[in-house]
Design a protein around this ligand. Structure first.
Ligand code: DLL
Length: 438
């Protein structure tokens, strides 16, 4: 792994807990007042919760407000939750949902400036400077990844290559001819880039590439090790979601003890996804975020559906902001197989821990002949094992055993030939659930 020199972009990241609490309460009070005055959906909220903005004196008061969910956004599609007239909106983005219409999000000029600044913080935490050449392979368009990383790179003065995702051979040509030092894309796409580089006999280690800013999908610590080894870079975890702003909500510092949340703009809580009750710091549950400064689409207690935990101990890097642990999955990604909760990330960790495989896998759930749920994990064997039947079977048995022990239910790991699992240029599809399709 190459080293990077991380720095702090905005002094607000270092303010004391007490100062941050004060800032949050003040911003929350103003934010609630503005939202209640401008968004019909939220107008009734203070009355419903018995909580007028003047009475907000501590962060605990936030807990009295109801949650906002993805279906609230869907019900108010496309512009029903805006807190400003449409003529003040300078940009919209959207995230594609699994069900029909996308979720639309909007930004005023100030929101774009804020987002750009948060992305500058992100690059700074990853040690990216004006001397860097940033190859931005996130998708440009309605997805927030492309333009979010683009504006942030310009803000810190780096040279940005807006190459977008896909056309992997061209990515490699540009990387080597332009001398890109930073790669921005999903973690799964970075592995495809590494794979194509191997095919093309391009030695990534001979290139100036030194850091990757990866996010937009869950990835395990093991996957990070794999990525860092294959690309010979430091791989930094970046978190965000369109509804809240896009990438830039939280980023890792070199201490790698969680991702620092931009708490001066987004107030984090962790709740029990079943009961909605707040969980104490350190416990894993669903992350809920409240936007206190955004103008166009400020959401109160938005349920992200991402499972993580909050860490508030002081960090060695000098930032005083709360951190969230790496996302272990989404509450709606959780598979319930024969009554047991199964997280794809759990399977990923076991597979890569056993090792001796390619880091490409897919989890297939189906109803078996007895109508019992069955779970198959397809994982690619490296080319070296492919002809060696004995080794192949041994490895398969070992992987099945380890995954079963970790999940606590029977399941089959099946090794498949190299390249058999579809590659992704954006977010990888890790789970195929065939149970609902008749
Ligand atoms: O994925 C924003 C983004 C772009 C983040 C580029 C980082 C880098 P959406 O398409 O709305 O926005 O998807 C948001 O992706 O709720 C998480 O489930 C997942 N996600 C995002 N970052 C991470 C991460 C963008 N670092 C959803 N680790 C979120 C795990 C992540 N999951």
């Amino acid at each position: 792994m190459k080293s990077t020199t991380s720095y702090i972009w905005d002094p607000v990241e270092k303010i004391s807990r007490a100062e941050m609490d004060r800032l949050q309460v003040e911003r929350l009070r103003n934010g609630i007042e503005r939202i209640a005055a401008t968004v019909p959906f939220y107008r009734e909220m203070p009355a419903r919760s018995g909580m007028a903005s003047q009475n907000i004196n501590s962060l605990d008061d936030l807990r009295r407000f109801p949650f906002t969910t993805k279906s609230d956004l869907r019900d108010n599609y496309p512009f029903g939750l805006l807190a400003v007239p449409l003529r003040e909106v300078t940009r919209v983005h959207a995230s594609s949902g699994t069900t029909g219409k996308p979720t639309v999000v909007a930004y005023t000029r100030n929101d774009i400036a804020l987002w750009t600044d948060l992305m500058a913080r992100t690059y700074a935490a990853a040690g990216v400077t004006a001397d860097d050449i940033v190859q931005n392979a996130y998708g440009y368009g309605l997805f927030t990844g492309g333009l979010g990383f683009h504006y942030g790179a310009e803000r810190i003065g780096a040279t940005v290559i807006p190459i977008a995702g896909g056309n992997t051979k061209r990515q490699l040509m540009v990387m080597s001819d332009f001398g890109s030092s930073v790669l921005c894309c999903t973690p799964s796409y970075s592995l495809l880039i590494a794979e194509v580089a191997e095919d093309e006999k391009l030695d990534l280690k001979s290139l100036p590439l030194r850091v990757g800013l990866f996010g937009a999908e869950p990835w395990s610590e093991r996957m990070r090790a794999e990525t860092e080894a294959r690309l010979n870079i430091a791989a930094v975890n970046v978190y965000g979601l369109s509804e809240v702003i896009g990438p830039g909500v939280a980023v890792e510092c070199p201490a790698r003890q969680g991702l620092h949340i931009a708490e001066d703009h987004f107030i984090p809580e962790i709740i029990d996804p079943e009961t909605g009750e707040p969980l104490p710091d350190g416990e894993t549950g669903e992350l809920v975020l409240t936007c206190v400064t955004k103008e166009a689409l400020p959401l109160i207690r938005y349920r992200t559906r991402d499972r993580t935990r909050l860490i508030r101990e002081k960090c060695d890097c000098g930032r005083a902001t709360a951190r969230m642990d790496r996302v272990v999955g989404r509450t709606d990604d959780m598979l319930i197989v024969r009554g047991v909760n199964v997280f794809p990330s759990q399977i990923e960790t076991v597979l890569l821990e056993v090792g001796g495989i390619e880091p490409h896998y897919q989890i297939v759930v189906d109803r078996g002949s007895g109508l019992m749920d069955e779970i198959d994990v397809l994982v690619e064997a490296p080319a070296s094992v492919n002809g060696d039947q004995e080794h192949f079977i041994q490895l398969e048995n070992r992987l099945s055993y380890e995954v079963q022990s970790s999940l606590g239910i029977s399941c089959r790991v099946r090794l498949v030939a190299p390249r058999e699992i579809a590659r992704s240029e954006g977010k990888a599809v890790r789970v195929v659930d065939k149970r609902d399709r008749g």
